[in-house]
Structure formats: structure tokens, C-alpha cells
Design a protein around this ligand. Structure first.
Ligand SMILES: *Cc1c(COP(=O)(O)O)cnc(C)c1O
Length: 361
């Protein structure tokens, strides 16, 4: 009745809503530091722009090409408007890439620990996943990726910075990798967190002009604080772009989402402020983890992945939850991922971790 590849899938388990969790655990307050959302909200320009929208046009289909958003982004990044495609969140773009490129029996390579959507959508299309081990420091090893390339490889997924490790590959390294790779293989660089890297020039977006097998992904869900509006985009060249456009659902972006994203994008000051605070707070997190002796990976993102090298990570997870802080568990045994939150929340979580660690002495 259904595709062979779908029969064995487990349904996605979404995060319970905050109000559900609060009720479950009898909490008056709960701060979610598990989904890498923007702890500082979104630009105030977004509310202003949405307020001005004429709800009377709700009966009309949105602009299929999202011209307003498209031209703003193309101008800012100095790329051709035709090299952009928008999705209902980046999730939809990931699905679309798999749908357009993969057939049963194909192979894709992704880092052994990375964002789970690449695997999910690749498997739905019947492709086999070849996980490339990370190096000891949690970095994606392009040497390990290269060793897995065969004549059946169709997509290489590179999350940069990588979720959940936070580690960053330098653009020059990706460029060398592309120069040595057969051009029939599509390399997808997911830059969902690139705004948070200290080196603001870590993006490989400009290389899409030079390599037509390179796709760069961005989202409005993280640094722009618009996770609820579901706007993501890909940058790539022809001929792939033409195929993606042919398969994309024509009205996948509502006018409401386009207005919100356009307003958020125009307010680069808000993004810069968010990034500056996140980088400062990330340094404090690193300092704290070092002091207390919990190992962590070198993060260029708005989260930190650390190892609970004593006691039990589930216990620490529960201790934080009971005290009103939700972090991400279950990505790697003994490790937790925490989103960089507001300064006061970061201090509170750090105090809870320190108290828990000392209670084990
Ligand atoms: C959050 C995230 C996305 C999904 O972004 P949406 O635009 O909200 O769908 C994509 N890739 C990575 C690595 C992410 O962490």
C-alpha cells in the first residue's frame, strides 16, 4: 500500500509544547533551550510590517516567486535573484533536494552525528546513508567523507556549523574539497547557523557561482528568530535550480511569511546584536564548562554540546527540567545540547549544573 522505504519509518516526535511540558511537570515557568530558537525574539520591524498587512487579501494566493524577499536577499548577498529558491522552512528544501536528486539504490554521505532530516528524507527516496565519522574534536572530516565516495554517491550533506556539535569547517577547505570531487555529486552545505560563527566570512555562498554542484542552505528560524513562520532558502546555479523550481509546490510560502522574513532580513542590526550577545554568552559557557571540567565541542553556533562525564546525563537533564530549563537529550549517549539563552538564564542553568556536579562529590 505504501512505498517500501516508508514502511519502516518512525514518525517524527516533535517537541511537546511548552504548556504541555509545564503541565506534565507541574512547572510555573519553563525556558526552552533545546531547539536552538532565538532567545532574543525577532526584530520589532516584523510586528510593524505584519500589522500593516491587509487581511482583506487573505483570499488571494501569495506571490509564488516571493519577489520582494528574493530581491532583498539577492542584493544583500550580491547573487542572482534566479539562484534563490524558498521553502516552507529549510526542512522543505531538504525534502525537495532528496525528491529531485535521489533514486532507490543511490548513496548519500552525511556526518555520523548531524541534523537528522538529511537521513530521513534520503531514506524515504530509497537512498543508502553512509555516515562519515567525525574527528576526535567533533569536527566533520572531509577526508573521512572522501573515503566514502563511490560511483553511486549522489549527495554529500555538510552542516556548517554542524548541528549538534557546533563545529565549523573553513570555506577554503570546502573549496578544495569541491575542486577534487566529481561534479555529478551534489554537495549541500547547510548554513542554518552560519551567522553565529565568529568569522563572519565562513559562508561558501559565493562559490555557488563557480560550482554548479554546490547548494547552500539558509533559514530564518535561528538568527532571525522566525521559526514559527517557516522560511528557508537555498542558493544554487542551473541546471539544478530549474529542476528544483519545477518540483517545488507553487505556493509554499504565504504572504504573511514573506512579509515577516522581508522585515526581519532588512533589520540586520537586530541580527548583529543577537549574534554579538550569543558569541559573548558562548564564551562564558565555554569558560564555565572548562572550569567545572565538562568536555565540550568547539561551537560556532548558538548552542553548545557538552559531555556529562560523571553521574548520568538523564539525571542532569531531569534536574534542569524540574528547575524550569529544557535542554536537548538523546543525541549522543552521555551528551546534552544547550541553546545559548538570555544571560540570566545561562547563569541560572550554569548554577544548576554546578550544584548538580557538586552533589555527586
Ligand atoms: C533548525 C535547522 C534547520 C531547519 O530549519 P527550518 O527552516 O526551521 O526548517 C535546518 N538545518 C539545521 C542544521 C537546523 O538546525
Amino acid at each position: 500500500m505504501v512505498k517500501e522505504t516508508v514502511k519502516h519509518l518512525n514518525p517524527y516526535v516533535p517537541e511537546p509544547t511548552l504548556s504541555e511540558l509545564k503541565k506534565q511537570h507541574g512547572l510555573a515557568k519553563l525556558v526552552r533551550l533545546s531547539a536552538n530558537e532565538n532567545a532574543f525574539g525577532t526584530s520589532p520591524e516584523v510586528t510593524d510590517a505584519l500589522d500593516k498587512w491587509h487581511f482583506a487579501s487573505a483570499n488571494l494566493y501569495p506571490d509564488s516567486n516571493a519577489e520582494q524577499l528574493r530581491s532583498n536577499i539577492a542584493t544583500h548577498f550580491n547573487i542572482s535573484p534566479d539562484s534563490l529558491i524558498f521553502g516552507n522552512g529549510l526542512d522543505e528544501i531538504i525534502e525537495l533536494l532528496c525528491r529531485v536528486i535521489l533514486e532507490p539504490g543511490d548513496e548519500v554521505i552525511d556526518p555520523a552525528l548531524t541534523f537528522s532530516e538529511y537521513r530521513l528524507h534520503s531514506e524515504i527516496e530509497g537512498a543508502t546513508i553512509k555516515p562519515a565519522p567525525l574527528d576526535k574534536a567533533g569536527f566533520i572530516s572531509l577526508a573521512a567523507v572522501s573515503r566514502l565516495v563511490t560511483d553511486r554517491t549522489k549527495i554529500i550533506w555538510l552542516c556548517n556549523p554542524n548541528n549538534p556539535t557546533g563545529t565549523l569547517i573553513e570555506p577554503a577547505v570546502i573549496e578544495t574539497f569541491l575542486n577534487n570531487l566529481p561534479t555529478e555529486i551534489t554537495v549541500v552545505v547547510d548554513e542554518a547557523y552560519i551567522d553565529f560563527s565568529e568569522n563572519g566570512h565562513a559562508s561558501v555562498m559565493a562559490l555557488t557561482k563557480q560550482f554548479n554542484n554546490l547548494v547552500v542552505l539558509r533559514t530564518f528560524s535561528k538568527a532571525y528568530g522566525l521559526a514559527n513562520f517557516r522560511v528557508g532558502f537555498a542558493v544554487c546555479s542551473e541546471p539544478l535550480m530549474g529542476y528544483l523550481q519545477a518540483v517545488r509546490l507553487p505556493y509554499n510560502l504565504s504572504t504573511f511569511a514573506e512579509i515577516a522574513a522581508t522585515a526581519a532580513f532588512r533589520d540586520q542590526t537586530f541580527v548583529e546584536q543577537t549574534v554579538e550577545t550569543v558569541i559573548n554568552e558562548r564564551k562564558k559557557w565555554e569558560h564555565f564548562l572548562m572550569e567545572i571540567g565538562l568536555p565540550f565541542y568547539d561551537s560556532a553556533a548558538n548552542f553548545i554540546f557538552f559531555q556529562v562525564n560523571r553521574g548520568n546525563a538523564d539525571d542532569l537533564y531531569n534536574e534542569l527540567l524540574q528547575n524550569g530549563y529544557l535542554v536537548r537529550n538523546g543525541l549522543k549517549p552521555g551528551w546534552l545540547r544547550v541553546t545559548i539563552g538570555k544571560p540570566a538564564d545561562n547563569l541560572a542553568v550554569q548554577a544548576l549544573i554546578a550544584g548538580w556536579c557538586h552533589s555527586l562529590d
